[in-house]
Design a binder for this molecule. Sequence first.
Ligand SMILES: [Zn+2]
Length: 327
Amino acid sequence: MTSRWLWGAGLMGTLVCVFLAWRWWPQESRADAFAQDRVPAPAHQVPFDSQRALKDLSAICAIGTRVSGSAGMQKQQEMLEKHFKAQGLDVSFQRFQATRKSTRTTVEMANLIARINPEKQNRIILCTHYDTRPRADQETDRAKRDAPFLSANDGGSGVAFLMELARHAKSIKCVYGIDLVCFDGEEFVLDQEDDYFHGSRHFATRARLDAQRGIRYRCAVLLDMIAGKNPRFPIEQNSWFKAPRLVEEIYTTAIELKATSFQANKYSSTPVEDDHVPLNNGGIPAIDLIDFDYPHWHKMSDTPENCAPEGLDQVSRVLVAWMDRIR
Ligand SMILES: [Zn+2]
């Protein structure tokens, strides 16, 4: 009885000692093992060439203005269709009509969609608008307001970004299929009564029909004015209200990659109405990466000379890493 008691007490004591030793032993090795599966893997990247994207931007502007329904827009569509097809992407146009109320002008519009991995039913969207505003309404010199303007950063920069990204389509890692989308009719406006966002509203409506065929859009990232000099992308307020999870994913990635144009600690000075609003209203969580303090916005001076590679480069690094990680 006594020896059995002693044996039991000895075993108990040994177990207590083993537990205490484990509990208080220097913990580095366990901490390392714990941390290894929590430190994100190095961010996947592609050799995105922002200087080449700027050449694309110049080529887009060499067409001249690209107002919805104009010959310039048609030229741009032909150029982009050829370009995206040459990169092996599946290209289609969503065609529709839209009316400008103030002039009762109805024009043929078309969203361009270039698909990476078109067979995948679960998809994400990287988008921009590719029409230009009919007049430079922010010109301080009133005489210049009715003149056409190139809109290099406003519209052009997003398109140039998608053109360069498409060159790396095969190297991008993503469990989702990717739709590169150029919206028409973002700013087919002359007067206050005119509607914005014709293309994104049409896209959101069509997405509901696509859902019946099993196509699911996880989310969308809208790019607008990303190639200004020393660009700043604070968290756009409507994006935060409507798609906070996506904001967190993108800005966390930006912090990790030290993409300092992304200002994770600041909100935009005002909520921005842009193509991401109709997408959110249509059930697709969408955020807007926009440098709304670009000094040449809606002015004659929005030209390729006032654009720079920095923002294109940072946006590419953040989005490529983010696409690799999302599930
Ligand atoms: Zn604009």
